[in-house]
Design a protein around this ligand. Structure first.
Ligand code: AKB
Length: 317
């Protein structure tokens, strides 16, 4: 039996991870949310829900105590583009929030998963097959909070024995809950346009490669790393994971194989483009493969077929 608290359960990852965890474990799988981002009916009716504001340490502690939580999935964050518009809030949630979670975990003996990101890397990092251990010098507030979060999570493990684990997510592509505010969001939005039969305006320039992953693989990574035997870990916070890397023309042409009339035009957003230019083209995930058996299942073709089918069903097309 496991009792899990998901903080940020109504976001892009949380909304799907909560349901996956409820399908896997018998215990209390608590959907933590903040007012204004209430859980949908499926989440509300399939298990306990609780207001948990990550900036409120006492609220986290009370929920952990009430539901005898042993594992916290800390998914609260502002994504990269929106964090540039609100850097103070991004720090408050990303770092202040993480500190609260780690303090509760230390006092109440919980394991903690906190996603990191390809956003920890910056312009001086090797771009292709970016190694696990390399320069992390982001120039975005999102990246700054993610690097600091990796360091703080390792500190809590080394200093206090808290079981902290993490993966560096690439852009995540899904059809259930839209991401909102990220640099890689275009790779989700393009499928929505294609499924609705609309022309897609691409905010990222031709030739800009970034790592991406389909949500089922990302959810499996989040579960498998927490289930993994830690005696094999050399790293903890955080592991590179990867499944595919593409630039806008590649995903556009793949979609056109299934939707031949689909059209894309470029309208590059300078903020998102600058962030994308500072991120790796692709990651080397050898350490995750060797230390806990990470292996992706979806490539671009399999993801495209599934995304288009699911979105067309959603839009009744
Ligand atoms: C973003 O674009 O901000 C996120 C990420 C890659 O971490 N999707």
């Amino acid at each position: 039996m496991k009792n899990i608290l998901i903080i940020g359960s109504t976001g892009q990852i949380g909304s799907e991870l909560t349901m996956k965890l409820r399908g896997m474990y018998n215990g209390n799988i608590v959907a933590g949310y903040i007012p204004g981002a209430e859980p949908n009916e499926t989440i509300r009716e399939s298990g306990p829900c609780a207001i948990v504001d990550i900036t409120n340490e006492q609220q986290i502690a009370e929920t952990v105590s009430r539901y005898k939580i042993d594992t916290i999935y800390n998914l609260a964050a502002l994504l990269s583009a929106v964090a540039e518009a609100k850097p103070q809030l991004a720090w408050k949630i990303g770092m202040g929030g993480l500190f609260n979670v780690l303090e509760v975990a230390r006092a109440m003996n919980c394991a903690v998963f906190t996603p990191s990101s390809i956003g920890v890397f910056g312009n001086n990092t090797p771009k292709d097959k970016t190694p696990q251990d390399t320069i992390r010098n982001p120039r975005t507030m999102y990246g700054v909070t993610k690097v600091s979060g990796e360091l703080l999570s390792d500190y809590y493990h080394i200093r206090f024995g808290v079981d902290t684990r993490s993966v560096r997510f690439p852009g995540l592509i899904s059809y259930v809950t839209p991401p909102g505010g990220g640099t890689t969001d275009y790779a989700v939005d393009i499928y929505y346009s294609a499924a609705k039969g609309e022309t897609f305006e691409c905010p990222i320039a031709q030739g800009t490669f970034m790592d991406m992953m389909y949500m089922p693989d990302a959810l499996r990574a989040a579960v498998e790393i927490m289930e993994a035997d830690p005696s094999k870990f050399i790293h903890r916070n955080s592991f590179n994971i990867a499944s595919m890397s593409f630039e806008p023309e590649i995903i556009y042409n793949k979609i056109k194989e299934y939707e031949p009339d689909f059209k894309m035009v470029y309208n590059v957003d300078p903020l998102r483009q600058a962030i994308a230019d500072s991120w790796p083209n692709s990651l080397d995930d050898t350490c995750a493969r060797e230390e806990w058996g990470w292996k992706p299942e979806y490539d671009l073709d399999a993801m495209t077929r599934d995304m288009l089918a699911k979105l067309k069903e959603k839009f009744g097309k």
